[in-house]
Design a protein around this ligand. Structure first.
Ligand code: GLU
Length: 382
């Protein structure tokens, strides 16, 4: 076996999601707050657009970079909403944002290179970096400091092999949203060390308390070295459609397009037509974000009232990151205990890298009914 592949362990978020589905299909009474998959249905307009595309015969290969009409619409969105100077030539449509992150990391970091990953962080950045042959350098941010990224932490972990840094704001799993001061710190660091910055913005539409997302590709001094990744999954409840995209310099998109011409040829043509319609569903997306905020408030209040559970109030995304160390169990033990005693599936914090051992992640993209049932069960067994 190729050691790069066989050395990778399975995604914890996907594994816990699959575990919940398997137990449910075996007839067990399970409430899953594991994987980040919205309970909303994809808006009707988007589904109708896919059916229209199928009926019109859009069932063939198309441009390896993605439909020109979709890329034009994406570049318009990025210019208008994210202040990123770009055109359709800077866009690549991918089968899911996960693959966009993979391609972004592989495009800029290979053997002998290091990639900085502030943690806790989403479970797949490390594996993706390794798959590209580079070395992930995870370093912990502190909960006491509100998960702030500081220049000294960045410098401590930077070597002459550092090639790139991955930033995810709003963050999965902590819900932290980088402030403009933090972005300034990252911007200066990236510019001074001539690094690449992979900005994973898949939760940009799910942001609370009136906060605003900042896209670092809008900083002109570093923009040629920033790869912005985004997705349709979370904003429009389209996880199963598998469509994401990246925006980068033409030098980078040319390389990636060449790779994709061998690897996938293109993303499903009819799905991309639906993507064009999705970009017109701003209202629907805002409505979902408002509902996530209501669910956040509910779950924060309920879990914080429990002995031994300390919730970190998320500023964005749809995960609640809960400190559990007072329970006397580590994150894996407590996750298994909740599964066995309450039938509630969570994801252990240890899966999210350094600084995650004393936390559990609860996803609140599930229905209020599920959240209420999970809380009732957890209270009962505690
Ligand atoms: N990103 C979501 C999560 O963290 C979905 C699963 C995955 O792709 O990791 O739960």
């Amino acid at each position: 076996m190729n050691k790069l592949l066989s050395g990778i362990s399975a995604s914890a978020t996907v594994s816990f999601n699959n575990l919940a589905s398997r137990l449910k299909s075996e007839g067990k009474s399970i409430v899953s707050l594991a994987g980040g998959d919205p309970d909303f249905d994809t808006p009707e307009k988007i589904k109708a657009s896919l059916v229209r595309a199928l009926n019109c015969g859009h069932t063939h290969y198309c441009d390896v970079r993605g439909l020109k009409a979709l890329r034009e619409k994406l570049s318009f969105k990025l210019r208008e909403e994210n202040n990123i100077m770009c055109s359709e030539k800077n866009i690549i449509v991918t089968p899911g944002a996960k693959y966009a992150v993979c391609l972004a990391i592989m495009a800029v970091a290979g053997e002998g290179d290091e990639v900085l990953i502030p943690q806790p962080s989403w479970v797949s950045y490390e594996a993706m970096t390794r798959l590209g042959g580079a070395l992930p350098v995870g370093f912990p941010l502190s909960v006491e400091n509100g998960y702030e990224i500081t220049r000294s932490l960045l410098e401590e972990n930077c070597t002459d092999r550092t090639k790139a840094i991955v930033i995810n704001s709003p963050n999965n799993p902590t819900g932290h949203v980088l402030s403009s001061d933090e972005w300034q710190t990252v911007r200066d660091f990236v510019r001074d060390h001539e690094l690449y910055l992979i900005s994973d913005e898949v939760y940009e539409s799910i942001i609370f308390d009136g906060r605003k997302n900042i896209s670092p590709a809008s900083f002109l001094d570093i923009s040629p070295r920033v790869i912005t990744v985004n997705s349709f999954s979370k904003a429009y409840a389209m996880t199963g459609w598998r469509m994401g995209y990246l925006c980068a310099s033409e030098e980078i998109t040319d390389v990636i397009a060449t790779v994709l011409s061998h690897e996938i040829s293109c993303v499903n043509e009819f799905v991309q037509y639906a993507g064009i319609t999705a970009l017109e569903c701003r209202e629907e997306s805002l409505m979902m974000a408002r509902e996530y905020e209501r669910r956040r408030d509910y779950l924060v209040k309920e879990l914080s009232s429990l002995e031994g559970f300390e919730a970190v109030v998320p500023q964005g995304a749809f995960y609640l990151w809960v400190r559990i160390e007072k329970n006397g169990m580590n994150s894996e033990e407590l996750a298994m205990w909740l599964l066995e005693k309450a039938g509630v599936v969570t994801v252990p914090g240890s899966s999210f890298g350094k600084g995650g051992e004393k936390f559990l992640r609860f996803c609140f993209a599930y229905s209020m009914k599920d959240l209420e049932e999970a809380v009732r069960r957890i209270k009962k067994c505690i």
